[in-house]
Design a protein around this ligand. Structure first.
Ligand SMILES: [Zn+2]
Ligand SMILES: [Zn+2]
Length: 134
């Protein structure tokens, strides 16, 4: 009798340990929704949260549906991006008063070409280094 009780106690401790591990670490497989009670598979349709880096199903993809912490982050982030957006719109309007979107020839495409060239030369350098090492 007493032996049985002892074993049960050990099991309880084990359960505690397991619960502790489960609660501190996401023990779910990667292809399941990150929401605790949700078992929706995300292998076909998964949305990863930008704030907690976990994958969620359609229903829980929004930060406010899976975590209040993420909700808060999303709120402050959207506020910041909204500010940026309105700023950008204002500066664009200032640059091109009255005109509609002018395609090409902007300083943006120029700097992009520059960036591409720098990237290419850098890649070439790396390739040279690699071939010389071999
Ligand atoms: Zn999240
Ligand atoms: Zn879900």
């Amino acid at each position: 009798m007493s032996k049985k009780q002892k074993n049960q106690k050990k099991d309880d401790e084990l359960d505690d340990l397991v619960n502790h591990i489960l609660s501190s670490e996401p023990a779910k497989p990667n292809n399941e929704c990150g929401e605790k009670k949700c078992h929706q598979k995300t292998s076909l349709m998964g949305f990863s949260c930008a704030y907690c880096q976990r994958k969620f199903c359609m229903k829980h993809r929004l930060p406010e549906t899976h975590s209040t912490a993420c909700e808060e982050k999303a709120k402050s982030a959207s506020r910041a991006s909204y500010k940026q957006d309105s700023m950008r719109i204002i500066t664009e309007e200032k640059k091109k008063p009255g005109s509609t979107y002018a395609p090409g020839g902007s300083s943006e495409s120029k700097s992009r070409k520059n960036l591409e060239q720098r990237l290419k030369s850098k890649l070439n350098e790396h390739q040279k280094q690699r071939s010389s090492q071999k």
